[in-house]
Design a protein around this ligand. Structure first.
Ligand SMILES: [Zn+2]
Ligand SMILES: [Zn+2]
Length: 180
């Protein structure tokens, strides 16, 4: 995932990444914490090109993951597919320039700095994937979740628990009228 800066000349430099999740510490940590599981490799297609005095990386990251529904606890597969653009500038560049430029550009553009002869895009790749993993995953918009009393999966059908009866002022009034 490292690119030598002097390899990026007039033509765009194409980088194809296909790496196991173990290569990405943030993603491996998410798997260890049970946030999600990764099925197969994390892939990325990134084009890096020179633009004025900086480099611009445009790419797409993809990964197949398995999530646990936050309502019914069912595991279900999901696909991460995200595109991004990053401006890479040498560390020595004046920061005011970067800020000026960012004000003019759309907000999905990320700016980052690099130093030395190489740029390493592994951090950017894993950040893009991590950002797309939902915090409160849902197997579907209509997921009915689990019954709070017996724990049955209500997506499979209703359970035998009685509907909770909450006495209200209205029902008390109704009873009063009936008995009169
Ligand atoms: Zn669910
Ligand atoms: Zn129940």
């Amino acid at each position: 995932m490292k690119i030598r800066v002097d390899h990026i000349k007039d033509k765009p430099y194409l980088l194809h990444v296909e790496e196991p999740v173990e290569v990405f510490p943030v993603l491996a940590g998410m798997r260890a914490d049970g946030v999600c599981d990764f099925c197969g490799a994390v892939t990325a297609e990134i084009t890096v090109e020179r633009e004025f005095d900086h480099l611009r990386a445009s790419g797409r990251v993809q990964a197949n993951i398995e999530l646990t529904c936050s309502r019914c606890l069912a595991e279900y597969p999901a696909a991460i597919d995200s595109t991004f653009r990053i401006i890479l500038r040498r560390e020595s560049a004046r920061h005011s320039d970067i800020e000026e430029e960012l004000e003019l550009c759309d907000d999905d553009l990320i700016a980052t700095v690099f130093s030395g002869d190489e740029i390493d895009l592994s951090r950017e790749i894993e950040e893009q994937v991590a950002m797309e993993v939902p915090m409160k995953p849902l197997c579907g918009d209509g997921c009915r979740g689990l019954c709070p009393s017996c724990g049955a999966d209500l997506n499979q059908g209703a359970c035998d628990c009685p509907d909770e009866i909450i006495p209200t002022a209205f029902s008390a009034l109704r009873n009063f009228k009936t008995f009169r």
